[in-house]
Ligand binder design. Structure first.
Ligand SMILES: [Cu+2]
Length: 133
C-alpha cells in the first residue's frame, strides 16, 4: 500500500505535461513595427517563441506580467550571460509560462505602439480514480 501516494501524484502531473505546446509570435513581419499575433491565448506550461524576421526590436514584459521577460538577439535578461536589449537581424528566443495570468509586453524601441498580450489559462486538472489491489 505504500506506493499509492506516489502513483496518485504522477497521474495528476501527466496531463499538463502532455498538453504543453510552443506558440510562435513573429516580430517585425512585413517591415511592420508589430508582433503577429499580438493577442495570444495559451495554457500554463506552454512556451512562446518570439521570432524576429526584420527591423530592430525586442520583447519586454510590462510590470505585473505573470511571467517577467525581456529578450532580444543577445538572449534574455537573467538567463545566463544573455541580455534582452533590442537589436536587428533575425533571432528567436523562447519563454516559458508556467503560471496562469496575463503578460502584456512591448518593444523597448517602439514603446506601446508595438505591444502584445499573452493570456495564460490554467490547465484543468482532471482527477482520476482507480483501485489499488
Ligand atoms: Cu520595435
Amino acid at each position: 500500500m505504500r506506493p499509492a501516494p506516489l502513483l496518485f501524484l504522477l497521474t495528476l502531473a501527466l496531463p499538463s505535461l502532455a498538453q504543453a505546446a510552443d506558440h510562435e509570435v513573429i516580430v517585425g513581419a512585413d517591415g511592420q513595427n508589430a508582433y503577429s499575433p499580438n493577442q495570444l491565448t495559451i495554457s500554463a506550461g506552454d512556451t512562446v517563441t518570439f521570432r524576429q524576421v526584420g527591423g530592430f526590436h525586442n520583447v519586454s514584459s510590462s510590470p505585473g506580467a505573470v511571467t517577467a521577460f525581456r529578450c532580444g538577439p543577445n538572449g534574455c535578461d537573467g538567463v545566463g550571460a544573455g541580455n534582452g536589449d533590442p537589436g536587428g537581424g533575425t533571432w528567436q528566443q523562447t519563454v516559458a509560462f508556467p503560471d496562469a495570468g496575463t503578460a502584456n509586453y512591448f518593444c523597448d524601441v517602439h514603446g506601446q505602439s508595438m505591444s502584445g498580450t499573452i493570456v495564460v489559462n490554467p490547465v484543468p486538472v482532471t482527477l482520476q480514480s482507480f483501485d489499488i489491489d
